[in-house]
Design a protein around this ligand. Sequence first.
Ligand code: PLP
Length: 436
Amino acid sequence: MTAVLDPTCAPARVTGDDLRVPLVQGGTLDYANFDYAASAPALAGVAARVDELLPYYASVHRGAGYASRISTRCYEAARDTVGRFLGCDTDQVVVFTRNTTDALNLLAGCVPGDTVVLDIEHHANFLPWQRHGRRVVCAADTLDETVCRLAAELCAKPAALLAVTGASNVTGEVLPLERLAELAHQCGARILVDAAQLAPHRRIDLRATGIDYLALSGHKLYAPFGAGVLVGRRDWLDAAPPYLAGGGAVTEVTPDDTSWAAAPHRHEAGSPNVLGAAALAAACDALTESSAPAQARERVLTERLRAGLADIPGIRCLRIWPDTADCVGIVAFTVDGYEPGRVAAYLSAEHAIGVRDGRFCAHPLLARFGIEAGLRASIGLGTTETQIDRLLGAVRALVTHGPAWNYTGAGGRWDPVPETRPGLSVDGSAGAAPCV
Ligand code: PLP
């Protein structure tokens, strides 16, 4: 039986949810954002929090002025909020970073040994470990067998870290984190979870699941103000050189010597991003409050999208394993006979729908699928049933009748010809963009 939406659980208010955008054939339409997995809009409450804090914006940790003191309090309070949101253990610290990529590169500089990774990862959780001893395990045909392969690799030779994604940024498939944490620990390793895609969709409790390190991005967590997080066990973070050398990361400097501060400050040199941190904390609070109904809502919408796509001839939905128990609201697919870039251009130009196309910074995974590129529709707290149906209708119309406009492509990027939407034509003939 198809699940139905709980009528009492409305979509969340997010910035841009009333945006109307031009269509190539003329007129405008409400923008349907299916690219939450790349960057999510700000929750209205997060944007309000930033507005509220802006007048007090001042230096953090460095000033006695009232605004400085308030900014410092907000920054440190944000650290506490993020720690509570993630169920941090007492020996875990929250380090503010720019994003997940930054957080993972930071940790890569602290790991005292090899890191084991799967070949399905986003490049951010694949490339940083290369510099310090990376061992890649190829995913098997089932998730169960993949976990066995990881166990074999971890047991065969000591590794310091198992680095896994919480949810695939391509297919949305969720990994069994508790099981993997137990496995890593049994083999004497620690576990890092790249939660860039999982955290916006599922609550994570580090203490309960045994996760040692976790990275996430504020801009994927409805707080697009430039902050991310690395959370993790203090000992490695304190033993490693600071991520960046500079002000704020030290306790004492002489012309010949430097005493580095302990984490988190050790790895937060330079002026902290107080607005980003406060926005992230506001998002954590909002997600805690809305958690269960929002997840139920997302499951219904994702199921509607998957089922709808499966019903359209020529659509292939991408999936890594047949036995994953849970998927977040990310659906990747291809359309027979159409390059993904052309489909994305068509959806944007003729239907005001924004999806992602390309290789999703996961080239090894796309190679496993045997495709050059794909399409990805990702949903979030502001997604509506109407938008899902619009996307399905637009894909079906493409498959049935083809596009109504001409498109040209080069290097994977496709554009309508002629481009009539303001701000997007190469020579500016269609008029200026609204805010450029
Ligand atoms: N990890 C995963 C699973 C992602 O999906 C992404 C971005 O899409 C990243 C890491 C990198 O995130 P950021 O670009 O915010 O550093």
